[in-house]
Write a protein of this length. Structure first.
Length: 462
């Protein structure tokens, strides 16, 4: 593995000159756009790290770029369509600048039918690589540049984790820290295990060392990432589980918050909740996707928990952690779902009172079991169900926000929302608008909530 990374270093060195010349004896510019989840964002940060080592400068303007890379997501059809649309729009740029290198990577590229479509429809895409070969990006780019023909590498899941790749983090005070890769759960609707490979965990000492570096570099909000963080460590020797790892990160000296996603309800333990409750640095935010409120639908989704089991862990967390914010993912219109079963989803939403929800209409994914299930409900009908769900959740969120007026919170000031107004975030992941100077971005402050407009909160600095 070390040999492999050494080899890639050599490609990086060779590319430094090649790309410089190709850009007309100028520092080459690279544009990287990320579709999809935080896992993809974290991968893009590695790709950017490698590009910088090759002497590139990152740009936000496609028009200026010598290299354009899209890191793609395959989770729903809509995500894929956006990629196709945006790749189509690059044709004109390539015509204007024939030396432009256009590359596609990420989850979509691990699907045979997608790669074929790209091959046929987008002849100006000259580099395609999947999630399993990110560490080989320098070599693949070198092949593209020197061979003058298209390079495609999908690789296979070798079960390895390539530690030691450079990272260029997008944020300077909020950062992602992957603790594991892949997924073994095979929910029947989901493409992720097919494009990300088998679950594997990074060693606890490696994660802790990286967390420590981040804290020392001034990171204030660190999110531990994995598709199912609760099964962290399953294949490692040693007995560190996710709760232990989380506690280990929180025990690092310094003033920072740590959060995590995603928790799978089947593996969420009371031990984890207890550790969250005991530790002030662990955010009182739990993203616990339930997907459906019907045990029958959950079983057909292969989620391996029931409505009752979900409610038990959610209620335990609520009882142990005051001010806990629960958020979730939910799928509307799973194949064969009846209106009555959908009503069970609504009743679960009313019962748990989530802070916010990520809501998706079911999207069939080639190669997953559910794509072959009977799906008699039309998309238009599912969209109506979705409206009903959104109205239910909006009411809950508005009530919750109204109840927060007068409360005081510690917040992390994150970004400018508009002239004179900044967005700050509470530990439990609620955004508060405050009037303050941009100098406060990246610092912890105390605010009092003064106003709630539906689900937008305003506050004042204390
Ligand atoms: N590992 C995480 C989810 C990753 S995908 C988990 O298990 O919770 C993010 C979300 O996308 C899922 O929680 C699910 O709600 C949604 N999703 C995944 N596949 C989908 C599909 N085929 N159609 C619609 N939504 C889907
Ligand atoms: Fe997909 Fe299920 Fe794995 Fe989440 S746990 S990534 S929904 S297969
Ligand atoms: Fe999308 Fe891949 Fe994440 S499919 S949701 S980017 S793991």
């Amino acid at each position: 593995m070390a040999d492999e990374l050494e080899k890639q270093k050599e490609y990086i060195n060779m590319l430094e000159d090649l790309l410089y010349l190709r850009a007309g004896e100028k520092k080459p510019k690279a544009f990287v756009h990320t579709y999809g989840c935080q896992q993809n964002v974290a991968d893009s940060e590695k790709i950017k790290g490698m590009l910088i080592q090759m002497g590139c400068e990152l740009t936000e303007e496609k028009e200026d770029a010598d290299i354009i890379l899209f890191n793609t997501c395959a989770v729903r059809e809509h995500a894929e369509d956006r990629v196709y649309g945006n790749v189509g729009a690059l044709k004109a740029l390539k015509k204007k600048k024939p030396s432009l290198i256009i590359g596609l990577c990420g989850c979509m590229m691990e699907q045979e039918q997608v790669v074929q479509k790209i091959y046929k429809s987008f002849p100006y895409v000259s580099l395609v690589f999947g999630t399993h070969v990110i560490h080989k990006f320098p070599e693949l780019l070198y092949r593209t540049v020197t061979a003058g023909k298209r390079t495609v590498e999908r690789g296979f899941d070798d079960g390895q984790i390539y530690e030691g790749l450079p990272i260029h983090r997008d944020g300077s005070f909020k950062g992602w820290l992957p603790i594991m890769y892949g997924c073994d759960n095979f929910c029947t609707y989901c493409i992720v295990p097919h494009v990300r490979g088998r679950e594997r965990s990074r060693r606890p000492e490696t994660v802790l060392a990286e967390a420590k570096e981040m804290v020392q570099a001034g990171y204030k909000d660190i999110t531990l990432l994995g598709q199912n963080v609760n099964s962290y460590g399953k294949w490692l020797d040693g007995d560190t589980d996710f709760a232990d790892l989380l506690k280990g990160v929180a025990d690092i000296d310094g003033d920072f918050w740590v959060r995590f996603m995603t928790s799978h309800p089947k593996d969420a333990s009371k031990k984890l909740i207890d550790i969250m409750a005991e530790n002030p640095k662990i955010c009182n935010h739990l993203h616990l996707p339930f997907q459906s409120g019907s045990s029958n639908v959950l079983s057909r989704m292969n989620r391996r928990y029931t409505r009752e089991k979900y409610l038990e862990i959610a209620n335990y967390a609520k009882s142990k952690i005051p001010d806990l914010s629960l958020t979730s993912d939910v799928i509307v219109g799973f194949p064969g779902e009846t209106y009555e079963e959908f009503q069970e989803t609504l009743s679960l939403i009313r019962e748990v009172k989530f802070t916010s929800l990520f809501t998706f209409i079911y999207s069939p994914r080639t190669g997953t079991p559910a794509a072959k299930y009977d799906d008699p409900i039309t998309h238009a009908e599912k969209a109506k169900w979705m409206d009903e769900l959104l109205r239910t959740q909006e009411k809950i969120a508005a009530e919750r926000c109204a109840g927060m007026v007068g409360n005081k919170y510690r917040v992390l000031v994150e970004e400018q929302a508009r002239e004179g107004v900044l967005n700050a975030r509470t530990q439990n992941n609620i955004v508060v608008e405050i009037k303050a100077d941009t100098e406060l971005i990246g610092t912890f402050q105390n605010v009092e909530i003064t106003e709630a407009r539906n689900w937008i909160l305003r506050g004042k600095l204390l």
